[in-house]
Design a protein around this ligand. Structure first.
Ligand code: ME8
Length: 516
């Protein structure tokens, strides 16, 4: 067998100072759908996530709660692990930045940047926002009503004056611009790329990369009075996930450079400027793509841990179901743009797309096979033009979805699949198989066979998005487990033509409002 191409994908690593919110769930769902898609499409996939457990914000939150930072980190890590399970979005690797392996990776990248002459000690005062864990130039700040300076995110900033190690970011301006030029898809969607390019074109100043007024971080090699700036340590998680420094264990080295870092729009600067500059300095390959998603708003309102208006993903799963939630976010929000959610919009998607369009078609056609063909898939007779048209539409889906997936247009993938589901419903209604029971049973069999084939292809291709329901539909169609990857998402059915199908049961129930 030919060697499978590798695909390494990561999420951002959430700050461990608060419980998971819907933005985290969204990022995990989207990344999971992409990694499942690639796996089913024949790639050797590594899916990595982690926890960002260092920094001043962690230390402050833990102090407020009267616990040590590691206790807070342990608690939050458990909550995020549970979220991953509940969302059916388990990662292969979870990098906690307080782990020994990660400390080693962070110190090694630091040493390499230092050996390259890019780190120096200096004293330079600046404005720091603990909430963003970032320094800002005075020109970027605004003032609140009381005349206090605020970061662009609205977070308060404080004047920090301490000795710090600096990274020679200014030396990377040209190299970064050349990289963006040579790799036009390095940051997608393009709007975020353009923002990054113009930011870098305006010039880069050196970056403070250590702190000495608190100690919750990775010690700087050779100068443990300092801990690394939390973003140096956090970004390094992406190579820790592959076993960097690779000298002891090179089994996952093949996954670097990463194919896709999936992140939210508020942290593009760290990923598209600092991270490639650190890697260039350390002599490590740069990731292939930074894939930026938008923000989710609960009816237009921004949620954040620091603001405290957070909705729990667990509640949404309990109310709507995990596949339903996954489908809603990926179908409703054009990937890369901001999106809104509300009870009504979620219910509408569940009932219209899942219960009506796909669920009903499956239930009706499979029940007819059960009742009229003794539960065996009927053998098709000669095809009509209508049969051929709907089969051709299903046959083309794998290619279409692959093309849309190239630009991570998850919503387009789902729209393409559901267009065929809509066509199949129209086909089924127009062909009226139920009227042919007595007059033309062979024709009835053909219509049901064709419908089952369309459902099979749809079920195969929806596995990345609604894994449980798609799996159940494939079970109902008696598709063998070894025939469920995308190479089988075409007209030729690899399973026995007259196979017995199990008793059908609904895959997507309607959402019914609970009685008041
Ligand atoms: O930024 N909608 O952690 P974080 C969609 N530790 N996505 C959202 C969101 C929302 N309302 N709110 C946040 C951090 N996100 C750093 C990352 S990576 C080396 C370090 C996204 O917990 C956010 O954009 O604040 C980010 O991608 C992820 O959730 C974690 O955010």
């Amino acid at each position: 067998m030919a060697k499978r191409p590798t695909f390494y994908i990561t999420t951002a690593i959430p700050y461990a100072n608060g419980a998971p919110h819907i933005g985290h769930a969204y990022e995990r769902i989207a990344t999971d759908a992409i990694q499942r898609f690639k796996r089913l499409d024949g790639y050797d996939v590594l899916f990595c996530t982690g926890m960002d457990e260092h920094g001043q914000k962690m230390q402050q939150t833990a102090a407020r709660e009267g616990i040590i930072p590691l206790e807070l980190a342990d608690r939050t890590a458990a909550q995020f692990a549970a979220m991953g399970e509940a969302l059916d979005a388990r990662a292969d690797v979870i990098v906690r930045t307080t782990s020994a392996a990660h400390r080693e990776a962070s110190q090694e990248i630091w040493r390499r940047m230092e050996a390259n002459g890019d780190i120096y000690l200096s004293k330079y005062p600046g404005w720091y926002s603990v909430r963003d864990e970032a320094f800002f130039d005075e020109s970027e700040l605004t003032k609140d009503a009381g005349g206090k300076y605020l970061a662009p995110s609205g977070a308060p900033v404080e004047w920090v004056e301490e000795e710090s190690y600096y990274f020679r970011l200014s030396a990377y301006q040209e190299k970064l611009l050349a990289h963006y030029r040579d790799n036009p898809d390095f940051v997608v969607p393009e709007t975020y790329r353009n923002e990054i390019v113009s930011f870098v074109e305006r010039g880069l100043t050196d970056l403070s990369i250590s702190r000495s007024t608190f100690d919750w971080g990775v010690p700087v090699p050779g100068d443990p009075k300092h801990v690394m700036y939390v973003w140096v340590d956090a970004l390094t998680n992406y190579i820790t996930g592959t076993g960097f420094p690779w000298d002891k264990d090179a089994t996952r080295k093949k996954f670097w450079p990463a194919d896709a870092h999936v992140i939210g729009k508020d942290i593009t600067r760290f990923h598209a400027i600092y991270w490639p500059a650190f890697l260039m300095s350390a002599g490590i390959a740069v990731p292939k793509q930074i894939v930026v998603h938008g923000f989710l708003f609960n009816r237009g309102e921004k949620m954040s841990k620091s603001v405290g208006n957070v909705i729990s993903p667990g509640d949404l799963i309990a109310t709507y179901g995990v596949d339903q939630l996954r489908y809603f976010f990926l179908r409703e929000v054009p990937f890369g743009q901001d999106g809104n959610y509300s009870h009504d919009s979620i219910v509408n998607r569940i009932n219209a797309d899942l219960a009506n369009d796909l669920g009903n078609l499956a239930q009706r056609s499979l029940s007819m096979i059960g009742k009229n063909f003794g539960g065996r898939l009927p053998q098709p007779g000669a095809y009509t033009e209508a049969d051929e048209a709907i089969l051709a539409a299903a046959d083309e889906l794998a290619g279409k979805t692959r093309a849309a997936m190239k630009s991570f247009a998850l919503h387009t993938v789902l729209a393409d699949i559901w267009r065929v589901v809509g066509d199949a419903n129209r086909y089924f209604a127009a062909e009226e198989p139920w009227t042919k029971k007595k007059t033309d049973p062979e024709r009835m069999g053909t219509i049901l066979y064709v419908t089952a084939q369309v459902l099979r292809i749809v079920a195969l291709l929806t596995q990345p998005f609604t894994p449980q329901a798609a799996g159940r539909l494939l079970d109902l169609l008696a598709v063998a487990p070894e025939h469920r990857d995308f190479s089988f998402a075409r007209q030729a059915d690899p399973d026995a033509p007259d196979r017995a199908l199990p008793e059908p049961s609904p895959i997507f129930p309607r959402y019914v409002e609970p009685a008041a």
